[in-house]
Design a protein around this ligand. Structure first.
Ligand code: ASP
Length: 453
């Protein structure tokens, strides 16, 4: 049995949904289909989820939201018309959206989650209606009745262990199950969404729960590329990589797959196959537990911006028991999560996502570190980019770090920070955001460019 997930661009129009139909029905193993909300039809288009967010916010602020709701409904009715579906399904979607928009707003976060979730929920109903019209036995599955129970964290829900037990029953559902991605229900019966692009997570949870043979993730690229194709033109495609490599790459900016999505599939040892809805015969990329390392030490290079570091130095820090713990406890008090902590004998840097910080918090953090830890210096550094050089092969290869740092030096990139994960699957370089692209080019040329003699 295969679980198949389709992203927003694969469902953006009637034509795209027809491709989805062809792909699903060409393989009888494809029994569980997870769908996103309709995405962009062309680069300047707006995703239905983004329209819904605007619409929900307008409603929360007591602004007129009818026009925005109209835009959402137009997307569904355009698709339904292209697919030759009758008015019933659009009437159902319209009633559902209005009911949500007029619903309880006393908890704005929860209200927004109900609005956002409608994108996938209604799309699943529409896709199921189309499959049925084509004479195929397909059913919309409500995540609530199926038992996708999640934590009550708005916009950041996590599946609870009992969800996996309950969702097992999907194995014996008749026909093809069309399951909306991106959200589940709390124990109290409220809707909570995963973080953005979270339909990938739904697919992985279902694959784990039903012990699928394969989790296929259909998107709009032929493969996972070794580097961001917006930075390096026509980069090398990756045929196979491990869960750990993919996790490291998607954490640092590879948007092909949500970085949390691999965990459930990984735990159940289910291979993930990234494929292109617009070119289903392309081999795609397989994500597996182990691969042979014949292609050199590095499999991919990812980069992401928007980081900052808190540099703390104190003479004899290495002798002070509990310094790191107390430093991190201060950050915990501010509700901040950190990404890396490269350190030396008398100093430590804590790297955070900049979006979490406000000017006021920054001052307060500095103050507390100075007074409570008696640090010699506390310095914030902003606008940093992190570049991850990833590959299982690094463990067995000597000199990868030296090649990478030499390539950066030759490109005149000043390295602000270096960190090698303990797993030796990745090396992290912190550079100024302005140097990011130059650094990525230099590293790509070093590890991937064909050698010219
Ligand atoms: N529609 C949601 C988003 O845009 C979830 C998804 O597409 O996976 O974030």
């Amino acid at each position: 049995m295969k679980v198949v997930k389709f992203g927003g661009s694969s469902l953006a129009s009637g034509g795209q949904i027809n491709k989805v139909f062809e792909i699903v029905t060409s393989d009888p193993e494809r029994k569980i289909v997870v769908v996103s909300a309709p995405g962009k039809r062309y680069p300047e288009d707006t995703k239905v989820t983004d329209l819904l967010i605007e619409c929900g916010q307008a409603s929360l602020m007591h602004h007129d939201y009818q026009e925005l709701a109209g835009k959402v409904l137009e997307r569904y009715s355009g698709i339904a018309e292209e697919l030759g579906l009758g008015c019933d399904i659009i009437k159902e979607i319209c009633e559902d959206l209005m009911e949500r928009l007029e619903g309880d707003k006393s908890k704005p976060d929860r209200f927004m989650d109900r609005i956002k979730a409608s994108g996938e929920d209604n799309n699943a109903k529409l896709v199921a209606a189309y499959f049925q019209k084509q004479g195929v036995e397909a059913h919309y599955v409500d995540p609530g009745s199926a038992g996708l129970i999640v934590s009550a964290e708005p916009g950041n829900a996590q599946a609870l262990p009992e969800a996996y037990e309950q969702l097992q029953a999907l194995r014996s559902y008749p026909g093809i199950s069309i399951f909306p991605g991106f959200f589940g229900y709390s124990k109290d019966g409220d809707v909570y969404t995963f973080s953005r692009s979270g339909s990938d997570i739904t697919g992985s949870i279902l694959a784990n729960a039903v012990k699928a043979d394969l989790y296929e993730n259909f998107t709009d690229v032929d493969a996972v590329y070794s580097v961001n194709p917006f930075i390096v033109e026509k980069p090398k495609e990756i045929k196979e990589l491990t869960y750990r490599e993919m996790r490291e790459l998607s954490y640092a900016g590879f948007s092909v797959l949500h970085d949390e999505a691999l965990v459930p599939a990984f735990r159940a040892g289910i291979p993930v196959h990234v494929k292109n809805t617009n070119n289903p015969s392309a081999p795609g990329t397989r994500i597996v537990a182990e691969r042979d390392n014949t292609n050199g030490p590095v499999i991919g290079i990812a980069s992401d911006e928007g980081f900052c570091s808190i540099y703390v130095s104190k003479y004899l820090m290495n002798r002070e028991i509990g310094f790191g713990r107390r430093l991190l406890a201060i950050l915990e008090d501010f509700g901040l999560s950190y990404e890396h902590t490269p350190s030396g004998i008398d100093d430590i840097s804590v790297i955070l996502r900049e979006s979490q910080l406000e000017d006021a918090t920054e001052e307060q953090i500095k103050e507390r570190i100075m007074t409570e830890l008696h640090a010699d210096e506390v310095k914030f550094e902003h606008s940093l980019a992190l570049i991850m050089v990833v590959g299982e092969g690094m463990r067995r290869n000597v000199g990868t770090m030296s090649r990478a740092s030499k390539a950066l030096a030759n490109a005149q990139v000043n390295i602000e920070m270096i960190n090698q994960g303990s797993s030796e699957v990745s090396m992290m370089f912190g550079v100024k955001e302005v140097d990011e692209k130059r650094a990525v080019h230099a590293l790509y040329d070093e590890f991937f460019a064909p050698v010219t003699v």
